[in-house]
Design a protein around this ligand. Structure first.
Ligand SMILES: [Ca+2]
Ligand SMILES: [Ca+2]
Ligand SMILES: [Ca+2]
Length: 338
């Protein structure tokens, strides 16, 4: 979900219903199996401006919503085979496999401005989206395709298993300024993306690749399961910073926000009792999945004079609560930062 400058509420997700509440819909029937829905509410949530399906006969998921500077609604997720892409779209033809990522734009009256595929011959999924101050749209997610659309990339080829992707669309979505894989020899996923005040791109997610490309070691992550990844790209797509952090057991980064120009907050969850803790509200793990909140100062990481600080660069790290709290917090962080 996201909230526009008039506090109106846009929500996306996935529905199997054939009687989903609709108004001024661009697509008025569920095309089959799971479809994306997009519903746009007035600020008091007492009425809907529009509500529509978007989908194909296959499995389709809505994953991310954002607004551009005009107040139009951007929608991303995964979509199965179909001919939904609009004329002049960046990728008019479905790439193949079980899914492609997609990016669509709706006006606030429900008119579909465009939709483009983004994917190759295997499965491709967008998990999150950010709009920068120039209305460029950045998607992240994961791909199994060796022929995912790549341009001006920091990594031009998929290594193995799933690879995170980061793709930046120009404002009209008819072209990309860069599109890159990022990952290693095991599974890599981009879960959340934000653009900061300098239009740098911050991505968090999870990786089980021991050879995930990093520029900085935050804590030892050898022989671990999934680790949280944190990657920052300059606005031209070059890599500014990449690190992993993790404990003994699975770690997932599921939300990211920028706090000030050079500080980022990552939230996620972990089963590890040896999570790197610093200045914590709750310093011990309570069992099963606990959430974490970590604030990282980028300047401390990229300035070689400060690399000697190991945990000093983590300004706050908290282990608290349950996974339900994590989900609520991510919604909150995304809303505050959106
Ligand atoms: Ca469907
Ligand atoms: Ca595909
Ligand atoms: Ca991989």
């Amino acid at each position: 979900m996201d909230i526009d400058s008039n506090n109106r509420i846009a929500i996306t997700g996935t529905t199997e219903s054939s009687d989903f509440p609709l108004l001024n819909s661009n697509q008025s029937t569920n095309a089959g199996s799971l479809d994306v829905f997009l519903s746009f509410f007035e600020a008091d949530a007492q009425s809907i401006l529009f509500s529509t399906y978007l989908g194909t006969t296959g499995i389709d998921h809505g994953r991310a919503i954002d607004f551009d500077s005009q107040g139009d609604i951007l929608l991303a997720g995964m979509i199965a085979n179909g001919d939904l892409a609009t004329d002049g779209a960046y990728q008019e033809e479905y790439g193949g496999g079980t899914s492609d990522a997609f990016l669509a734009k709706y006006q606030t009256n429900g008119t579909l401005e465009y939709i483009t595929f983004l994917g190759g011959t295997s499965s491709d999924t967008a998990n999150d989206m950010a709009v920068d101050s120039n209305d460029n749209v950045i998607l992240t997610g994961y791909t199994m395709s060796d022929d995912f659309p790549i341009l001006n990339a920091i990594q031009e080829e998929r290594v193995e298993r799933s690879e995170m992707f980061i793709t930046k669309f120009t404002p009209n979505s008819q072209s990309v300024s860069f599109s890159s894989y990022m990952g290693g020899s095991s599974a890599d996923y981009g879960n959340a993306v934000k653009a900061d005040s300098q239009n740098r791109i911050i991505v968090t997610g999870q990786t089980s690749s021991n050879d995930f490309p990093t520029t900085y070691t935050l804590n030892s992550t050898e022989s671990r399961y999934d680790n949280v990844l944190l990657v920052v790209l300059n606005q031209d797509g070059t890599l500014l910073f990449s690190t992993l952090f993790g404990g003994t057991y699975d770690y997932v980064g599921i939300g990211v926000a920028w706090y000030s120009n050079d500080s980022y907050i990552v939230v996620g969850y972990t089963e590890s009792t040896d999570f790197p803790i610093y200045q914590a509200y709750q310093g011990t793990h309570s069992g099963s999945n606990d959430m974490f909140i970590m604030k990282i100062n980028l300047e401390g990481l990229i300035d070689p004079r400060q690399v000697e600080f190991t945990f000093g660069i983590i300004e706050g790290s908290i282990v608290i609560g349950t996974i339900v709290v994590v989900i609520l917090l991510v919604l909150f962080v995304r809303r505050r930062a959106g």
